[in-house]
Design a protein around this ligand. Structure first.
Ligand SMILES: NC(=O)c1ccc[n+]([C@@H]2O[C@H](COP(=O)([O-])OP(=O)(O)OC[C@H]3O[C@@H](n4cnc5c(N)ncnc54)[C@H](OP(=O)(O)O)[C@@H]3O)[C@@H](O)[C@H]2O)c1
Length: 371
């Protein structure tokens, strides 16, 4: 079968290769964890979403092949259909639509209690990213534990299960941490960034009945601003109104969801958070950037205002399920809006070069491969 792979460490090595079709008895990542007897599921891949992570792996900025091999099959945002299940699998059956989680457990206490999304180990084992093959291929096998059922009525959005899990987990983490306040009823949220993460976060915060302002650089109207407004939020271009000015006009936000990939925005967001508020960081920032800030003022306001910073990455099966619930509720509340995120479908694995090229295009909000 075909697979899209890179040679980790070698820039621009993305290529199509032939790999064996997996069998139900295979162990896809024996160096990390083994599928218990009878618990394997064989999945036919239907769609795979790609993002900056895939581009950066192809630029050899990170990513490693599974031990004993030279290539890494990329792709970590998967949507597929179950073909075959082991005799001890009760959760899914052939024909079901599924997504699959990304991280596999290492050896920390958190991994051992099923919270590999918050592993305390430095090395991550992530399908399509590091040390485990990904989903940009025709079929894969994994443990039923890591498969998530996508409702039939949501199959047109199934490929967003992974990014939705990231947003759902980050928001849930903030609400869990805010239990320190005994009561927290956030009314106003700023979402920094209107990429796929910012847009899905906008939807999830609107579903929690908040007044949401989503900020990004490019002045509207355009597709992203239209999606923000269709969710009932307001779109603000930071070229027209700064975050400080927005906070002055509408009031300080109780919650900020940061997803720009821009390190300065992560820290500038600290300047406008309301008392008792929560700032969520999800951006994964590369390289080095120095920022000049009034650190004494921020520290003082944060201490006197009892403010909270929550950083969040990855998601386990429960977070995928929360993300899919939010996508379902979003589809009922804002019919047809979320599918507007899926802007650039590519037909077939052999068009992987076009897939990589589209990742560079500014208007490509979401690139996905119809396998
Ligand atoms: N924590 C996790 O588990 C996780 C998972 C997936 C992704 N991420 C990270 O989440 C971040 C967002 O991902 P994405 O795919 O949504 O990214 P994206 O498509 O690149 O979107 C970035 C958004 O931020 C806006 N932006 C950039 N610089 C800005 C600035 N200085 N001020 C205001 N807005 C700015 C952009 O504005 P324009 O639209 O005007 O260009 C765009 O809307 C990335 O850093 C990604 O690595 C984290």
């Amino acid at each position: 079968m075909k697979a899209v792979a890179v040679l980790p460490g070698k820039p621009n090595s993305v290529h199509l290769r032939e790999v064996p079709v997996p069998k139900l008895t295979d162990q896809p990542h024996p160096h990390v964890c083994r599928i218990p007897e009878g618990r394997a599921v064989l999945v036919k891949v239907l769609q795979v979403g790609v993002d900056a992570t895939d581009r950066e792996i192809n630029e050899a900025l990170y990513g490693n092949a599974p031990p004993g091999g030279e290539h890494l099959i990329i792709g970590h945002e998967c949507f597929g259909q179950v073909l075959e299940v082991g005799e001890k699998v009760t959760e899914v059956k052939p024909g079901d639509y599924v997504s699959c989680t990304v991280r596999r457990p290492g050896g920390s206490l958190f991994d051992r209690i099923g919270r590999n999304d918050i592993t305390s180990e430095e090395v991550y084992y992530e399908r399509g990213i590091n040390l485990c093959h990904g989903f940009l291929t025709e079929f894969f096998v994994d443990d039923a534990e890591y498969l998530v059922t996508v409702p039939k009525g949501l199959k047109h959005l199934g490929v967003l299960a992974e990014p939705a899990s990231v947003c759902a987990k980050a928001i849930e983490q903030a609400f869990l941490a805010q239990q320190r306040l005994q009561v927290w009823e956030p009314r106003r949220a700023f979402v920094m960034g209107s990429g796929q993460i910012g847009l899905l976060a906008t939807m999830m915060l609107k579903l929690r009945r908040m007044e949401v302002h989503t900020l990004a650089t490019t002045p509207g109207p355009h597709r992203k601003s239209e999606i923000v407004e269709a969710y009932g939020a307001t779109y603000v271009s930071t070229r027209q109104i700064s975050i400080t000015e927005l906070a002055r006009r509408v009031g300080k936000p109780d919650l900020i969801f940061e997803a720009t990939g821009h390190p300065e925005v992560c820290f500038r967001s600290m300047e406008v958070l309301a008392h008792n508020g929560a700032l969520i960081w999800t951006s994964i920032t590369g390289g080095h950037q120095e920022v000049s800030l009034d650190a004494a003022k921020i520290n003082l306001e944060w201490v006197l205002g009892n403010k909270l910073l929550v950083a969040s990455v990855n998601g386990n099966r429960r977070h995928f399920e929360l993300g899919l619930q939010a996508l379902s509720q979003g589809e009922l509340t804002y019919p047809g809006v979320t599918q507007r995120i899926l802007t650039h479908p590519v037909s077939g694995l052999d068009r992987y070069k076009e897939m990589m090229r589209l990742l560079e295009e500014k208007e490509a909000l979401k690139v996905l491969v119809n396998v």
